[in-house]
Write a protein that binds this ligand. Structure first.
Ligand SMILES: Cc1ncc(C[n+]2csc(CCOP(=O)(O)OP(=O)(O)O)c2C)c(N)n1
Ligand SMILES: [Mg+2]
Length: 817
């Protein structure tokens, strides 16, 4: 029997409420669609550079938005504009501001124009870099473009809820979680599920049982490539069936649903949210039968690879068309015999659609004007300055031509203004008058303005930067307490876990046995299986766990077992972690500490030191290379005082060497961006880092026997490097420079050389050729001899330094060979 009350959204609501909810949803879907349609036009007419939109995926996102609660997090991709609109985090005007790359964060809150449109984000931070209360807002972690790159982070975002629910030590952090009730919502395209990190994440979330709801928007294509080339059985839910939880097993709840079926979608998303939120069980929702009304992106047309039949099918199954039809056909008979409808006639929808069209057209125009007017104002200033300069200059005709061309530009960019201004300045190089100075100042301030817009927030610029943490030296007891260095590591981590209730350490073998080198020995017993835990062998998602947890206020230390296996994690470090602050204009952060160990053992995959590759890929993350465990421990202590992401690379062959145990464990701090002179000398400056330093010290002892006095500087922090410019002070004394490491030729040694010679102007002090000594270009071979012939030995170092001394003074230092 039909009732006047209908059930929706799991609450009983009156039909009128239901009706307005449905019509409001329809309106949001239409706004989103109009944005996509108009957006494509803006690209094709040249107002925007590239467009990739959420058309064809609107309706499931309405359903998702209803289940998305404050405190929840999204980690998704470029099709999600409707969700963002439905949760109130994206307006049509902001959509266009993003499309035009408006560089004002107030206009484009997603990235201040740094990311192309379709990359969504909310603001987790206040302007001063401190956390907002994330439980009071809807949260979207900032999107990245590499397909499936959102997956590793999603795992951590979901795991944070689990930790907040189950770990007592963090339950007072109520700005981030209310009893772990938050769901992490993932979205991905069907084709992107082919990526390795998708499967890695799915498996890990199944193991960890975290509140993650994973939606796959399935439109059968990945650009032009059909599902038959992407997915076994052409169905992600089919092949993931083994993940379905059963009695007594962990696993997933899996739903399969058509993307045009509004009613069913609302129901499924409510169920999914409940399972994830209450039971902390991950859910997969395979949303099928979605379409791409305008093809993949503005870069091409789908008529090239979809046949007529498919194109017609997409028209017929367009989710908004289907929803519209449902609205028109919906009828509900009351007990009294009346028939209730959403609209009395189609006319009502047509009126709504017209309103939406106007709303979006207005939003587009407002966004465009806001974007262009700023630039036009700058153009007028430039034109006036150029006109003044032209009136004084002997080259006035040429300058005027630039000015007139500028004024004739209908849709100018800042680039065009600066190109004209800088070219005109060249005409004035031999002249001197006030207008020239005005032009120079205009150019300088425009370049500065550009740097502000496009080059800030690579690293932490807030008061919480670790660069503000002051050094605190280790303190030693009077009796020399020499221990295996791994004890320093272990006892310092013990102190850290005691001092910082929000620190969690995890990685392969990190839990039960306390890491392969026992730097965490006994700590799981002491602090529990949540704070010190084992993970599967899956480096990318270990980092992802760390990123997601750090974005939700925890202080993860993610362990990658060996430096040589960091490459599996490097993509996500580079694309996600390193760019997070930059791509959000400082509105999100992930203060993740990555712990690993490497250098100087033996073997192609156990001895690498690929530092050049790493530092070139992770600008935005601090890269620290302590020479011993005391220095390493000091770095962890420093990092936990600030909120920057960093990687600490411990020396794999250093755990069993003896070091003196400090008494102020957890408290002494190694400064970041500061080098340390570990041997003073007068003849030559040697810069090195990590395990190689021990060989340099050995060579230095031999060299002093023959009268060569070496100054040794430990770089210890590659990113950032030597902020005080101490290296050049050493060069001023020795006038000779060699950089030694065990990376490939032209690797980190070349970077250090560039820093010293160019950034620090070290070339001014040199009286011989600056050199590097590195490992061979190949990976280091195994065994004692493999190592000896692959990497710089103490003899190589001795001879190379001697050769430099010989070249400088052949009479004093006779040739060895
Ligand atoms: C790692 C990576 N490889 C390739 C691309 C280029 N690319 C962008 S979108 C896309 C297709 C994605 O298809 P799907 O996941 O089905 O999402 P849809 O666009 O169909 O919603 C490709 C290949 C990319 N962005 N990242
Ligand atoms: Mg697809």
């Amino acid at each position: 029997m039909l009732k006047e009350k209908v059930t929706s959204n799991t609450q009983e609501i009156t039909f009128n409420d239901f009706k307005s909810e449905v019509l409001n949803d329809y309106r949001i879907a239409k706004v989103s669609r109009e944005c996509s349609l108009l957006g494509r036009r803006e690209v094709l007419t040249g107002k925007a550079k590239f467009g990739i939109f959420g058309d064809g995926k609107e309706v499931p996102q309405l359903a998702m938005a209803k289940a998305f609660k404050k405190g929840d997090f999204r980690s998704g991709y470029y099709r999600d504009q409707t969700l963002m609109m439905a949760i109130g985090e994206l307006t049509a005007q902001q959509f266009f501001a993003g499309l035009y790359a408006h560089s004002d964060i107030k206009e484009d809150p997603m990235s201040a124009g740094r990311q192309m449109g379709g990359h969504f984000a909310t603001h987790s931070l206040h302007d001063n870099g401190s956390w907002k209360n994330l439980t009071e807002q809807y949260n979207s972690s900032a999107d990245i473009s590499p397909t499936a790159g959102q997956m590793p982070r999603l795992l951590g975002l979901a795991q944070a809820s689990k930790i907040y629910r189950n770990e007592k030590s963090v339950q007072d952090k109520t700005n981030f979680s209310i009893n772990g009730n938050e769901v992490a919502w993932g979205t991905i395209g069907n084709a992107s599920t082919s990526e390795g990190v998708f499967f890695e994440t799915i498996n890990a979330a199944g193991v960890l049982q975290v509140p993650m709801v994973m939606s796959v928007w399935d439109d059968e294509y990945g650009i032009s490539v059909h599902a038959k080339h992407q997915t076994t059985k052409e169905s992600i839910s089919e092949i993931l069936k083994g993940f379905q939880r059963e009695n007594e097993t962990n696993g997933y709840e899996i739903f399969v649903i058509n993307g045009w079926d509004y009613v069913q979608l609302v129901d499924v998303y409510q169920k999914a949210a409940k399972i994830a939120r209450e039971e902390h069980v991950p859910v997969l929702i395979h949303v099928k039968e979605l379409t791409q009304p305008q093809g993949h992106s503005t870069s091409g047309s789908h008529e090239r690879y979809k046949d007529k039949e498919r194109l017609q099918w997409e028209l017929d199954h367009d989710c908004i068309t289907k929803m519209r039809k449902w609205i028109l056909e919906f009828e509900l008979e009351t007990e009294a015999g009346a028939v209730l409808r959403f609209v009395e006639s189609e006319e009502e929808l047509i009126i709504l659609e017209k309103e939406v069209k106007k709303e979006v057209t207005d939003a587009r125009r407002n966004a465009w004007n806001a974007y262009l007017n700023e630039i036009k104002a700058e153009l007028l200033i430039a034109a006036e300055i150029l006109e003044n300069a032209a009136s004084k200059s002997i080259n006035g005709t040429f300058i005027n031509k630039y000015k007139n061309d500028l004024l004739a530009t209908i849709e100018p960019t800042r680039k065009e203004i600066l190109v004209a201004s800088r070219k005109c300045l060249r005409y004035l190089k031999d002249e001197h008058f006030a207008a020239k100075i005005e032009l120079q100042n205009f150019i300088k301030s425009s370049v500065q303005n550009g740097a502000q817009k496009y080059s800030t927030h690579l690293v932490n610029e807030s008061d919480l930067s670790v660069l503000n943490v002051v050094e605190r030296k280790p303190i030693y007891s009077p009796e020399k307490n020499l221990v295996d260095a791994r004890i320093i590591m272990r006892d310092n981590f013990d102190a850290i876990l005691k001092k910082h209730a929000d620190v969690l350490i995890f990685g392969e073998d990190a839990g039960l046995i306390g890491d392969v080198n026992q730097g965490l020995e006994g700590l799981q017993d002491k602090y529990g299986e949540i704070r010190v835990s084992d993970t599967g062998i899956r480096e990318a998602t270990i980092i992802g766990q760390g990123i997601g947890m750090a974005m939700r206020g925890l202080r993860p230390i993610a362990e990658v077992q060996y430096l040589d296996y960091l490459l599996y994690a490097l993509q996500i470090m580079s694309d996600d972690l390193a760019t997070l602050r930059y791509r959000t204009f400082g509105k999100q952060k992930a203060p993740l500490i990555i712990r690993t160990r490497g250098h100087r053992l033996e073997g192609i995959w156990h001895a690498g030191s690929p530092m050049g590759g790493i530092i070139n890929n992770v600008r935005g993350i601090h890269v620290l290379v302590p020479r011993n465990m005391t220095k390493a421990a000091g770095f962890y202590n420093t990092l936990l005082e600030g909120d920057d992401p960093a990687i600490v690379i411990e020396c794999l062959n250093g755990y069993r060497l003896k070091e003196e145990l400090p008494t102020n464990l957890g408290d002494f701090k190694t400064p970041i961006g500061v080098v340390e002179t570990i041997r003073e000398g007068t003849d030559i400056t040697v810069i090195s880092y990590g395990s190689t330093l021990r060989l340099v010290e050995e060579a230095a002892k031999d060299l002093i026997q023959i009268g060569v006095d070496v100054e040794i500087i430990d770089a210890q922090s590659l990113l950032p490097f030597d902020l005080n410019h101490d290296c050049v002070k050493s060069l001023a004394k020795t006038n000779k420079l060699i950089v030694i490491d065990e990376d490939v030729p032209g690797g980190a040694s070349a970077y250090l050389l560039q820093e010293i010679l160019e950034t620090q102007n070290g070339y001014e002090f040199l009286d011989s050729k600056p050199s590097t000594l590195t490992a061979k270009a190949h990976r280091p071979a195994y065994g004692t001899d493999g190592d000896y012939f692959s990497k710089p030995s103490a003899e190589d170092i001795f001879e190379k330094i001697y050769e430099i001394m010989h070249e400088a003074n052949p009479n004093k230092y006779k040739s060895l060979y």
